[in-house]
Design a binder for this molecule. Sequence first.
Ligand code: GDP
Length: 434
Amino acid sequence: MSGQDTFKILEKIFKPKNKTTEIQGYTIKYGHIVENEQIIDEVLVSNFKAPKSYTTEDMCEIQTHGGQFIVKKILELCLKNGAELADPGEFTKRAFLNGRIDLLQAESVIDIIQAKTDKELKTGIQALEGRLSKKIHQIKQKIMDVMINIEVDIDYPEYDLEEVTNQEIQNMLRLVYSDLNRLEKSFDDGKLLKEGIKTAIIGKPNAGKSSLLNAILQEDRAIVTEIAGTTRDTIEEFVTVKGIPLQLIDTAGIREAKDEVERIGIEKSKKMAQEADLIIAIFDSSKELTNEDKEILELIKGKTAIIVLNKTDLEQKITANTEEISNSSEYIINMSILGEKGLEELYNTIKNLFSFEKINVDNNLTITNVRHKNFIHKALEGCEKAKEAIENKMPLDITAIYLREILENLGNITGESVTDDILDEIFSKFCLGK
Ligand code: GDP
């Protein structure tokens, strides 16, 4: 619970074992939740006194036994005694509205909760700790420092400082542009961390698609998550293998093919290949290339594709030297899924292809949120307009309009100039109780 009535409500439902001491912040009390003198559960209650809490309001957290029923019962008891049910993200929203964190930090809470890889988690923590906010504030400060001079120029035209100020603005714009540009570029890495490399496994029936899929999934038993695909009957699966996040496209298709309900035809492969950042095209190397194989080889030409020559434990009919194969991709891996050979090489090839090792989230700030990216992009456009205004010898107050536009866009990221609609949308993505 959070808010000024927290302890009033708590008092009605919680009987601490040690009644003598006043509730103090940063303490845990042991006792019972009671309703009409009857004990509901034995609990621990953590207390936080305003302003030293997550929301900056008085807060308490009741730790109960973990059953569904008991949690619901205690929640109902709180509601009956005057509490109101929090909206999704309401605790974090209050922390933002009360000024403890900015919007960027609030949003990073969702990223942390939803993180699927170590690197993604690290970028979330960085944002929560305010490193990204600090960078945005530094950029804004550079602009504001110059804005002050513009105001002076506009107010005292007799001093004729316009030339000097224009020079100053241009220098500032160069710095701001390069900072923002670097942040915008980092989004591609951020997106990769967040969404994973969209990967399609294609190949004709019996090449070994589902065996490969299972081998990959096995590496990551614990974390496999199913994501509903764009159409109703596709399933995307998110896995991390050796730290590489992969979003496997249409694994349902592969599974269905296994049940012979529907073979993945060349048309479907085409569609998957179009969507993918990476194609893994798998062939049965113990058989001569068929027309279907050749169509697949045509399909992957010019795309980011890895060719897997599977079943190398059997006698080879095709190799990396087979012309059609070597013509279609420079990444060719000999594999025997049955013999557990070649998987390691596959992962290393993916790592290198996407320079995954080079994404250095420790030293570089990485944008992972598309909302932030869009405002950074708009701010960059503002920089260009301001630069043009100066080059075209526009009056200073015109340039000032564009500079304000940049500030406004950056303010949308940290939350100073954000509208209620946007706030509602951001916090609706949270789960209850966060
Ligand atoms: P899909 O139709 O492309 O999904 O192919 P499957 O994964 O179902 O594999 C087809 C058949 O090939 C199955 O009987 C597998 O056990 C077999 N298979 C898969 N990988 C290998 C391999 O590396 N060596 C051999 N000898 N057989 C394999």
